[in-house]
Design a protein around this ligand. Structure first.
Ligand SMILES: [Zn+2]
Length: 46
């Protein structure tokens, strides 16, 4: 079982956000960072 990095609440499989504090779960943050990185690359090109 996974736990929230912020508050330590147990997270269900596939849960994208902690239902207690709203922090993005680890897997969701990876996706978020990937999108952020892509956005930064696009900005640099322009
Ligand atoms: Zn939490």
């Amino acid at each position: 079982m996974k736990y929230c990095e912020n508050c330590g609440k147990s997270l269900k499989e596939g849960q994208k956000y902690c239902e207690n504090c709203g922090t993005a779960t680890e897997s969701n943050r990876e996706t978020f960072n990937r999108i952020k990185r892509a956005e930064n690359l696009n900005k640099r090109k322009k």
